[in-house]
Design a protein around this ligand. Structure first.
Ligand SMILES: Nc1ncnc2c1ncn2[C@@H]1O[C@H](COP(=O)(O)OP(=O)(O)OP(=O)(O)O)[C@@H](O)[C@H]1O
Ligand SMILES: [Mg+2]
Length: 214
């Protein structure tokens, strides 16, 4: 069976697709066949990003990104891939819950202020009420600001929940959105320090996912 990862977020623009792309390119770089299921039929931002990637960087690790109308439709093709990443649309939806229920690991990217942390924890609690195993849920500190004390406070806040928090963080930086414009992921950003920051968090995600999938 393929490794299945679900992205989730209570609000739009919380970096679900950015985290999905980074995970996808990391697994593809390790030689795995990767599918990102784009459940955002209006925007299909991941699908369009992958078209930019294929045309500009045909030599980079290739991933499949396809739009799907339902989780069931995606699961019919899932066994063709080693890794399937469910990327739901902007707001918490039934598809997001269904995808989370099918995943070995559910990743919730969150910014660091209480305005973002509280809804992220509420969403995690809601997923658990809908049957998701709390041990399968992990927060990703993405996007972070420029304050170490805010990072520490966010880790402490999330540390009081039953859910894991990935190591590392990805800051809010233009270099990452520029990478997306080119068809690259945050772990392929064209500047070493931001790239290494993203790599650290994504490696932590891969370690967590691998442990859960085994
Ligand atoms: N670390 C970052 N720094 C700056 N910009 C970023 C970063 N990560 C992602 N972005 C940009 O922020 C925007 C929102 O990110 P993304 O598309 O990943 O969010 P999302 O949760 O998938 O949004 P939606 O809810 O619309 O699906 C995009 O324009 C993306 O390129
Ligand atoms: Mg998205």
């Amino acid at each position: 069976m393929s490794i299945r990862i679900a992205m989730a977020g209570q609000k739009g623009g919380v970096k679900k697709s950015a985290t999905a792309r980074a995970l996808g390119t990391a697994f593809a770089g390790a030689g795995m066949r990767v599918l990102i299921a784009d459940f955002d039929p209006k925007q299909t931002t991941c699908t369009k990003w992958n078209l930019r990637r294929q045309s500009r960087f045909p030599d980079l690790p290739a991933i499949a990104v396809k739009p799907y109308a339902s989780v069931a439709q995606c699961l019919r093709e899932a066994d063709e891939y080693d890794v399937v990443i469910f990327d739901p649309g902007a707001f918490a939806s039934e598809i997001m819950v269904e995808a989370a229920a099918q995943a070995h690991c559910v990743i919730l990217p969150t910014a660091l202020g209480l305005d973002d942390l509280e809804p992220s924890v509420d969403l995690a609690n809601g997923l658990v009420q809908r049957g998701v195993d709390p041990q399968r849920i992990a927060f990703a500190l993405h996007p972070a600001g420029d304050s170490d004390s805010e990072l520490a406070a966010a880790r402490e806040y999330l540390g009081q929940t039953p859910y894991a928090t990935l190591d590392g963080y990805v800051p809010q930086m233009t270099i990452y959105s520029m990478a997306h414009d080119l068809g690259l992921s945050v772990i392929e950003a064209r500047s070493p320090v931001p790239r290494q920051k993203a790599e650290r968090m994504i490696q932590s995600a891969i370690n967590t996912i691998s442990a859960l999938a085994n």
